[in-house]
Design a protein around this ligand. Structure first.
Ligand code: PAF
Length: 299
């Protein structure tokens, strides 16, 4: 069946009402468009999850202006509406919600959702002031509009996923927030809508991100005596060695708390961000951490 497209909040709500009244689940996949196989995997996962109870999958496509701290980044954000619709249909979406900025933020809009705490003020929170406030505001609006049973996000945006899960928990949103693994190109580069903005040379250079993460992970997993600091330095050096890359951050945190790695950490998250020309890319990997018997826990 063809995907139905809605541009207005009211239209989507009316279309979802019968399924909701019958107790059927709704899966929501929030996106900013320029969809790729990574989004496709989120959409097909939602379609699979809702199928047994004859539920629906909604994909939202909205380039959210309030999560961009840089106007030129917003203006350059890729938009591919025709192929987006095709991909949504092929991956099993039922509805696409593609509102205008005015529909989402009408005149007089002045209510925002924000989160406090170090876990969101470092990494992307530090590099992009106001970014998570914009993300949490639009995602909570989408949650209220679609009232999904489950919502799907990529693990590539690990800090975003952490922030959204925390928001859902903190604000008692009765929504299952599901993270799905990063989809990669054959050479390991994480799929991102921003990859289309890279020149051929920048695209080749961008492989340093996954290389850096792999080196950091090998240090963490292969040598339990190694400190997070030495792995961090190795990741930064691998990125700085690439002439076309400009390092933004190379970090290692506790994957569960997003705080520092401590002796209680069992899974670490290695995260990097760098600019290639004007394009900023992020990536991450997790690593199992296991202290040796008698270790003092200093990492
Ligand atoms: O990850 C994205 O594409 C966006 O940050 C999201 C979650 C759709 C909110 O605009």
């Amino acid at each position: 069946m063809a995907v139905r497209v809605f541009h207005r909040v009211r239209g989507l709500r009316e279309a979802l009402a019968p399924a909701r009244a019958m107790g059927r689940p709704i899966g929501l996949v929030p996106t900013m468009g320029a969809l790729h196989r990574g989004h496709g995997s989120l959409i097909s996962c939602s379609a699979e999850d809702q199928r047994p109870e004859r539920g629906l999958t909604v994909v939202s496509i909205f380039v959210n202006p309030i999560q961009f701290d840089d106007r030129s980044d917003l203006d350059a954000y890729p938009q591919t509406p025709d192929s987006d619709l095709r991909l949504c249909g092929e991956a099993g979406a039922d509805f696409v919600f593609a509102p205008s900025a005015r529909e989402m933020y009408p005149d007089g809009f002045s209510t925002f959702v924000d989160a406090e705490g170090e876990c969101l003020t470092k990494m992307c929170g530090a590099a992009r002031p106001g970014h998570f406030r914009g993300v949490l505001t639009v995602v909570s609006k989408l949650f209220h509009i679609a009232q999904p049973t489950r919502a799907y996000f990529g693990e590539k945006d690990a800090q975003q996923l952490f922030a959204i899960k925390k928001m859902a928990r903190d604000l008692d949103m009765d929504i299952q927030v599901i993270g799905r693994p990063t989809v990669r190109e054959a050479d390991g580069l994480a799929l991102s809508s921003r990859n289309s903005r890279l020149s051929a040379r920048e695209r080749a250079a961008a492989r340093c991100l996954v290389r850096a993460l792999g080196e950091g992970r090998a240090i963490i997993e292969g040598n339990q005596e190694a400190s997070a600091d030495s792995a961090k330095k190795s990741m930064a050096a691998a990125i700085e060695a690439e002439a076309l890359a400009r390092l933004d951050y190379a970090e290692i945190l506790d994957a569960d708390t997003f705080g520092d790695v401590t002796r209680d950490t069992r899974k670490a998250l290695l995260a990097v961000a760098a600019y290639f020309g004007e394009t900023r890319l992020i990536d991450n990997m997790s690593a199992d951490v296991c202290f040796r018997e008698g270790s003092d826990g200093s990492r």
